[in-house]
Design a binder for this molecule. Structure first.
Ligand code: FUB
Length: 339
C-alpha cells in the first residue's frame, strides 16, 4: 500500500458489512476511527499510520504518526472519500512527536479536531484545532488544552448541547505517570489487587477550547458495585474511550489493551459511575483494538481497525466498519471481526 496525500475514493460493499468487512481505504493505513454524523453525512477521524522504522516496544514508540486525513461517506454501504491532509504535526507549534488517536466535534458553527501528541518534553497532551469544514484544513491552537494529559480524547455531545471529553490511556499513553495529579516519569500502575487506573472526563467550555471543570475520574464497577481492579486485565480500562447514548443510557466503551478487547459499561450520567457489561469486539489482528460507535440513518455501526492489510503489522492498521446491535434489554451483541 502506498502513502498518498491526494483525495481518493473507494467503496464499501454491502456483503462486506457483517461480520467481516474490508478496509475503508487501502491507499494509506488508518486506525483509531472516531466516527461522527455532521449535517447528515458521516465523517471518520482516524490516525494515519506510517512506517517510521521504529522498533515495537511497550511505550508505543513505533506509532510515530505525523498527520491526519479525514474520511467521509454519504451512506453505508457506499463510497469512502479520503479528503487529504487535514492537519500536519509541523503546524502544531507545541508538538514534539506521535500524533495519536483523534476525535472531532461541532459547535459555534465551527469544527474542532482534538488530538493527543507528545509535547517537546515528551509528555502527551491534548490539543485542539479549528476549521470551518468537517474535513479541514484545521488550524491548531498555540498551546495544548490547559490541564490536559495522556491520550485518546473522545468528545461526546449530550442531548442538552453540553460536550464532555473522555480521555486517558495507560503504558505508552502515560496515564500511570499522573497518579499523584502531577507528572512523575517513575510512577507505575497500581498493584493487581488495587483499584485500576480510571479514565478521565471533563466538560468542555462553550468555546470548546478549555476544560470547564476539574478533570474527574470515571468509576467502572462490577455488577456488585465494586471498582474493577488493576489485575483484572480482561475488564480494566487501558485506552480508547468512547461514549454513546442509547435509549437514555450512557454507554462508556474502551479497549482493555493487553487483553485486546473492546468492552463496555453503562450508567445514568455522562460522569458515570459505569457498570461493566461485556465485550463488544473480540481481539483483532494486530496488538491494538480501538473503535467508535455511531448511529447513522437509523442503524448503529461499530468502526474499528485491524492489521490484516499490512499482514499483521501492529503499527500499520486499516479502518473498517460493521453493524452493531443493541438487544431489547440494552445489552450489545458481541462482534467477532472474523468467521
Ligand atoms: O494509534 C496510536 C495508539 O494506539 C492510540 O492512541 C491507541 O488507542 C492505540 O490504538
Amino acid at each position: 500500500s502506498a502513502s498518498s496525500d491526494s483525495v481518493q475514493t473507494t467503496s464499501v460493499k454491502e456483503d462486506s458489512l457483517h461480520p467481516i468487512s474490508d478496509p475503508l481505504v487501502t491507499a494509506i493505513y488508518t486506525a483509531d476511527p472516531s466516527a461522527h454524523v455532521f449535517n447528515g453525512k458521516l465523517y471518520i477521524y482516524p490516525s494515519h499510520d506510517i512506517e517510521a522504522g521504529i522498533p515495537q516496544n511497550d511505550n508505543g514508540d513505533h506509532f510515530d504518526m505525523r498527520d491526519y486525513h479525514i474520511l467521509s461517506m454519504d451512506s453505508i454501504p457506499g463510497s469512502v472519500k479520503d479528503n487529504g491532509i487535514a492537519l500536519n504535526i509541523k503546524d502544531i507549534p507545541w508538538a514534539g512527536r506521535q500524533l495519536w488517536a483523534p476525535d472531532a466535534a461541532y459547535a459555534n458553527k465551527t469544527y474542532y479536531l482534538y488530538f493527543p501528541v507528545k509535547d517537546k518534553q515528551d509528555i502527551f497532551r491534548i490539543g485542539v484545532a479549528k476549521s470551518d469544514s468537517p474535513t479541514g484544513p484545521f488550524k491548531a491552537e498555540p498551546t495544548p488544552i490547559e490541564g490536559s494529559f495522556s491520550i485518546d480524547p473522545a468528545v461526546f455531545a449530550d442531548s442538552d448541547g453540553k460536550h464532555y471529553m473522555y480521555f486517558g490511556g495507560i503504558w505508552g499513553g502515560q496515564l500511570q505517570r499522573w497518579r499523584s495529579g502531577k507528572y512523575d516519569v517513575n510512577s507505575k500502575e497500581p498493584d493487581s489487587n488495587q483499584v485500576a487506573l480510571s479514565p478521565k472526563v471533563a466538560r468542555l467550555s462553550k468555546d470548546m477550547l478549555h476544560f470547564d471543570e476539574k478533570v474527574r475520574d470515571i468509576q467502572i464497577l462490577d455488577k456488585d458495585g465494586k471498582p474493577l481492579l488493576a489485575g483484572d486485565h480482561d475488564r480494566r480500562f487501558f485506552e480508547a474511550s468512547w461514549l454513546h447514548k442509547y435509549d437514555g443510557k450512557y454507554y462508556f466503551s474502551y479497549s482493555t489493551g493487553d487483553t485486546h478487547y473492546i468492552v463496555y459499561a453503562t450508567g445514568d450520567s455522562p460522569y458515570g459511575p459505569f457498570t461493566y457489561q461485556g465485550v463488544i469486539l473480540k481481539p483483532v489482528i494486530g496488538w491494538t483494538n480501538h473503535h467508535s460507535i455511531v448511529e447513522f440513518k437509523g442503524k448503529w455501526y461499530l468502526f474499528y481497525h485491524d492489521s490484516s492489510l499490512s499482514g499483521g503489522k501492529t503499527h500499520l492498521r486499516s479502518v473498517k466498519v460493521t453493524e452493531l446491535t443493541h438487544r431489547p434489554d440494552g445489552t450489545i451483541e458481541t462482534i467477532s471481526a472474523y468467521k
